[in-house]
Design a protein around this ligand. Structure first.
Ligand code: PLP
Length: 356
């Protein structure tokens, strides 16, 4: 056991002096409601994607709800989504009144499987594709189905795939700035799209105040305190991507050969939001978790079996064999930029010593 290493958490936000100064300047200014900083965040995303439109909101779930609504989700419509996902997606769909249709994922990238989509959700008019843990979902193969596509970029912000920034190929992209995400303001979310009308509607919906007409709107606003912190972190996005990538490369070098990782995790520009290890079976996964814990490293099962969306909805597990397998065999280990070099090398040593 390494001495001097405290329990390493699974995740921890990276908050710098610049972040603190940015927040403090908003507190000092006396304007903490949505204002200049929120507007700046929206402009930053338009720079990042070299155009388009954006709307900053209070959470990723709110962003998803507004994207769904803007793309026509309503009672009688079907929305396809991977069952290997968090329940936020299901909540957003249910809020629109549309019917969720669950689909399995691929065993190599853990992203939505187009063949399963064809089989299980042939009538869906909208598909939510998550770039799971940073691995890009195959948007091109989803396009064949004549559906609207929402790219869920909560895990892929900063990622590049084949030289192109991830998140520009769907009809709308959504982001979360929750405490555990790539950049954070504690909470927060954003929608980006090339569809001006969709973004205009989102802007209209997020604020109820001072309106000449009435229909239900909701308070989905972000504060300038949150936006100031997110903007400050956004400036470090390149460093965040490269630090995560560099740590991942070290883990890969030290990983015993029977443990495998997501396809493409070593490709250039990859945002490694989570370093997820796939063991050969449930027993090996649990043994790895135990081995890490004994060495003061916290790991998590990124999506537990009971959390699979088809289990919440009471659908047959046999229809979703890959998601079931992933829930049984995967483990996520710490990979946040605030990890020290000493902690990274302790994690590497602990990985290398598994079963040896
Ligand atoms: C976090 C997350 C969401 C929801 O975002 P919140 O800001 O927590 O509402 C949606 N999709 C994915 C993939 C996420 O990781």
């Amino acid at each position: 056991m390494a001495h001097g290493i405290n329990m390493i958490p699974h995740n921890k936000p990276w908050i710098t002096q610049d972040d603190r100064l940015a927040v403090d300047s908003i507190l000092k200014s006396g304007w903490i409601a949505p204002g200049k900083q929120t507007f700046n965040l929206e402009s930053e995303f338009q720079h990042y994607y070299d155009g388009g439109y954006s709307c900053a909101v209070s959470s990723g779930t709110a962003a998803l709800f507004l994207a769904l609504r803007g793309l026509g989700a309503e009672p009688g419509k079907e929305v396809a989504l991977p069952t290997y996902a968090c329940s936020a997606l299901l909540n957003a769909i249910n809020m629109t009144g549309a019917t969720p249709k669950l689909v399995d994922v691929t065993p190599d990238t853990f992203t939505i499987d187009p063949d399963s989509l064809e089989k299980l959700a042939p009538n869906a008019s909208i598909v939510i594709a998550i770039h799971t843990y940073g691995a890009r979902a195959n948007i091109e193969s989803l396009r064949k189905f004549n559906v609207k596509i929402i790219e869920d970029c909560c895990h892929s912000l900063g990622g590049i795939h084949n030289g192109k920034t991830i998140g520009m190929d769907g009809d709308a992209s959504i982001f979360s700035f929750y405490a555990t995400k790539i950049i954070t303001g504690g909470q927060g979310g954003l929608i980006w799209s090339n569809n001006k009308e969709l973004i205009d509607e989102a802007h209209d919906y997020r604020n109820f105040d001072c309106r000449e007409n009435y229909y239900p709107r909701f308070n989905f606003q972000l504060t300038d305190i949150q936006a100031a912190m997110i903007n400050s972190q956004f400036k470090r996005l390149k460093d965040i991507v490269s630090r995560r990538y560099e740590i991942a490369q070290q883990y890969i070098k030290n990983l015993p050969s029977e443990l495998i990782v997501q396809e493409g995790i070593e490709s250039e520009g990859r945002m490694v939001y989570r370093f997820v290890i796939k063991a050969s079976d449930n027993k090996e996964r649990d043994a790895l978790k135990e081995h890490l814990y004994k060495n003061r490293i916290k790991s998590i099962i990124p999506i537990e079996r009971y959390e699979l969306l088809h289990r919440y909805l009471g659908n047959e597990p046999e229809i979703f064999p890959v998601s079931e397998m992933l829930a049984n065999t995967t483990l996520s280990i710490p990979i946040f930029p605030a990890l020290t070099d000493e902690e990274v090398s302790h994690i590497c040593n602990t990985l290398r010593s598994f079963k040896q």
